[in-house]
Design a protein around this ligand. Structure first.
Ligand code: CP
Length: 322
């Protein structure tokens, strides 16, 4: 694996999941793999789980991590080619990324979308410019449109919950449901989850949301889209709850109907479904306390699994450099 920014960088999803689960069973089994190697983790935006789990994962492989909150502590970066830098940006990524490429063996980056201009956000300029100019492998810690480490974790958690990778059981029904929120959020987690579940191909996949919240078909193609949440939830084995803002009329909140919040009453419609959310979560807006604190919730297990997903990805990148 050269870079990890999308499911398209992965040849074998099940193999990567097995690798992550092997690390969960024996966290230090490859503790020599990353000795004398360094991962630089650049944050243009805040993070708790991604930052800490990546650090723990790297350390368990013997790697050193350096965290740089470039968004709040570094020089303001310019990403546009041929920019006339007479504004607020101080340094071009063309100059900064090659320097980072000399300091580190792997560069891991978190950026968010602006939610102002869809074309710009969906071009993934920031992460692409780092790939172009750093000269070392790049790992996405969440980009403008995708969150692949989260999605790998989610597939891992579903597998874990199913008890085996396939085992000959019927396909689980996975429902991704939109939920209300207080502010417009990126589509990254929903896009990425859709992309990974579709690529994994071992589930009946349904996406439900109010009218106007259609995601890009680039990621959802293959899923059944339903506007009736109750209908969609019927017989679900897994319910993935997430808010996202509008894609077509980009970055807006249209409907914010509190009826879309996931509650125990709604879970009655499912096949005793397990409930997932990437966190952080707005309690009693996206999901009720009773769901989050109840036996159906996988959210803590899911967040804990971030370590194993990150460790599997870092080790895949490190291996060829040995
Ligand atoms: N799920 C997730 O990416 O969490 P953080 O934003 O805290 O990293």
């Amino acid at each position: 694996m050269k870079n990890f920014v999308s499911v398209t960088d992965v040849n074998d999803i099940d193999g990567l999941v097995r690798k992550a689960l092997a690390y969960k069973a024996d966290p230090f089994k490859d503790k020599q793999l990353g000795v004398n190697k360094r991962v630089g983790c650049l944050f243009l935006n805040p993070s708790m789980r991604t930052r800490l789990s990546t650090q723990v994962a790297a350390q368990q492989l013997g790697m050193e991590t350096i965290i740089f909150n470039v968004g709040s502590e570094g020089w303001a970066l310019e990403f546009e080619e041929e920019a006339i830098m007479s504004g607020s940006s101080v340094e071009h990524v063309k100059d900064a990324a090659p320097v980072m490429g000399k300091y580190f063996d792997i560069l891991a980056i978190r950026t968010f979308p602006s939610l102002k201009n869809r074309e710009d956000d969906y071009s993934e300029l920031y992460i692409k410019q780092f790939i172009k100019y750093a000269g070392i492998p790049v790992v996405s810690l969440e980009s403008a449109t995708l969150h692949p480490l989260q999605s790998l974790t989610d597939i891992l958690t579903i597998n874990e919950s199913l008890g085996s990778l396939d085992g000959g059981r019927k396909k689980p029904k996975i429902v991704l449901t939109w939920a209300p929120h207080v502010k417009p959020l990126p589509q990254c987690v929903a896009n990425s989850f859709s992309q990974w579940v579709n690529a994994w191909g071992k589930a009946d996949f349904v996406i439900t949301h109010p009218e106007d919240y259609e995601l890009s078909e680039k990621f959802t193609k293959g899923a059944t889209i339903m506007l009736d949440q109750d209908e969609a939830l019927k017989g679900a084995d897994f319910v993935y709850v997430k808010n996202w803002s509008t894609y077509e009329d980009y970055g807006k909140i249209y409907c914010n109907d509190p009826e879309w919040m996931m509650t125990n009453e709604k879970l009655q419609l499912t096949n005793n479904a397990k409930v997932m959310h990437c966190l952080p979560v707005r309690r009693n807006v996206e999901l009720s306390d009773e769901v989050l604190d109840g036996p159906s919730s996988l959210v803590t297990q899911e967040a804990a699994n971030r370590v194993w997903a990150a460790q599997a990805v870092l080790s895949e990148i490190l291996k060829p450099t040995l």
